[in-house]
Design a protein around this ligand. Structure first.
Ligand code: ATP
Ligand code: MG
Ligand code: MG
Ligand code: MG
Length: 442
């Protein structure tokens, strides 16, 4: 992408309405524009990151054996009356009527609808296990939408639902979700700690929230700090292997880590003092096992191997896809701007032409741009007629992890400069070597 032809409306001044750094940088980097309280347009740069995050979520869900579909944003009130949640949900649910006076709502979550799909098409244990998920816009009329996309009213969520024949199989589905979520967040450069939580309006027996530690987080959390160094890394997971998946969950949930709702001071006090931490966290996901709560209420059952009919065992599992942009920025930035982890960056590398109009510099930039493209890497090429300082400031603000700087002086010696956004360190090398190095990183 050539910056001269892109749409990147960066702001020089700090927007007054933004109280936290992620909101400030998302506005300044031209990623989002507010359209109403808690409702945003995703401008091209923000949209690119959103798509990257969605893609990682899809890949890890599919790897775990979960199946994507797409349910609508608008739902009929009747479905929610069956579960009893139409009245129970409260003012966070946006309700309205269509022209025929039918009561409708903008979905805040999809347990009822997915149960309806299941009961219409599945009746035998032979079709299980089954986990269906989608990534779709939700609406919750939050009392206090704030912090940009972090607490929006319209927000993008991945929500998945498992259907299993018995409790053991449903627990395995729960565990599979935990492991797939750990991998998802790690690929985004995040440390998200599973913490025992309270089940809230979804209702259920077992639940963990995934929290990213950040001083601006809205949740209060208590943990043994050794939990922050656990990593899934590249290990091979066989998602059908119940024992292996359960073992990973045990590894990540044995050390104390809880939100304030389930915090137990007496247990906490037994942790060695040096490891005992309390902090703030951002909830980026949550998994629930709730058994037959919805299948009982809505008549979703299967016939088992011995011919008896049982309500299907279920759970639901959500990732805050749009909130993740804010969480990643809270966790990865400096005073100049965002520092995108390579896994989610909108562009892998930026090219800064220090002297547009200089034929050697122009040609070298074009050459780099094409060589990177040939390796499947779309660079953001700053080909504008701007001062070098302004170009660097833009690159630093939008946070691409790598920058190649091209100027006549370096080119006279056959070199360009490759700079890491995270460390600020630069290295001179030939344009070919810079392309190879960037290609190796991705
Ligand atoms: P919160 O406690 O922050 O209100 P929640 O517990 O109500 O979130 P869930 O029902 O667990 O949310 O939804 C799954 C995920 O969706 C959450 O973990 C969070 O990452 C995301 N999410 C929930 N509400 C919002 C919102 N208003 N804006 C952006 N993301 C949200
Ligand atoms: Mg909520
Ligand atoms: Mg919550
Ligand atoms: Mg939650």
């Amino acid at each position: 992408m050539r910056l001269s032809r892109y749409f990147l409306p960066v702001l020089k001044e700090n927007p007054a309405e933004a109280q936290i750094v992620s909101h400030r940088y998302m506005l300044r980097a031209g990623m989002i524009k507010q359209q109403a309280a808690g409702i945003y347009s995703w401008l091209p740069l923000g949209y690119r990151v959103l798509k990257r995050i969605e893609e990682i979520v899809h890949q890890e869900q599919i790897r775990a054996g979960h199946i994507p579909l797409l349910m609508p944003t608008l739902q009929s009130a009747d479905l929610w009356r069956e579960s009893g949640r139409y009245d129970a949900y409260g003012p966070e649910m946006l309700r309205f009527k269509d022209r025929h006076d039918r009561e409708m709502l903008f979905g805040p979550t999809n347990e009822e609808m997915i149960t309806d799909i299941f009961r219409a098409h599945v009746s035998s244990y032979k079709d299980l296990p089954l986990t269906l998920y989608h990534i779709q816009w939700k609406f919750r009329d939050e009392m206090r939408p704030r912090f940009g996309v972090m607490r929006g009213r319209e927000f993008l969520m991945k929500d998945g639902y498992n259907f299993d024949v018995d409790r053991d199989a449903a627990i395995h589905a729960y565990n599979r979700h935990m492991v797939s979520y750990l991998r998802t967040y790690e690929r985004m450069g995040l440390t998200a700690i599973p913490m025992r939580a309270d089940s809230g309006p979804i209702g259920g027996e077992d639940t963990h929230e995934f929290l990213v530690l950040a001083s601006t987080g809205e949740s209060e959390v208590f943990y043994d700090d050794r939990v922050t160094s656990l990593r899934l890394g590249q290990r091979d997971i066989d998602y059908d292997n119940r024992a292996q998946v359960a073992e990973v969950c045990k590894e990540f949930t044995t050390l104390y880590a809880r939100t304030d709702e389930t915090h137990d001071q007496a247990v906490f006090d037994q942790i060695p003092e040096a490891h005992r931490k309390s902090a703030r966290g951002i909830e980026v996901g949550q998994i629930f096992y709730f058994g037959t709560k919805y299948s009982d209420a809505m008549g979703a059952s299967v016939v088992t191997a011995d011919g008896s009919k049982v309500p299907v065992e279920m759970g639901s599992h959500g990732i805050g896809v749009s909130r993740l942009l804010g969480a990643i920025i809270e966790a990865s930035h400096d005073e100049k701007g965002i520092i995108w982890p390579e896994g989610v960056t909108p562009f892998p590398v930026g090219i800064v032409n220090l002297k547009r109009g200089d034929s050697a510099a122009d040609a070298a930039c074009e050459g780099l741009y094409k060589a990177l493209a040939a390796k499947g890497l779309e660079a953001l090429y700053d080909d504008r007629d701007e001062r070098a300082g302004a170009k660097f400031a833009t690159m630093d603000l939008i946070g691409l992890p790598w920058r190649i700087t091209v100027g006549p002086r370096g080119l006279a010696n056959g070199v360009v400069e490759l700079t890491s956004r995270r460390t600020g360190e630069s290295e001179e090398m030939s344009p070919e070597a810079a392309v190879d190095r960037v290609a190796q990183i991705y």
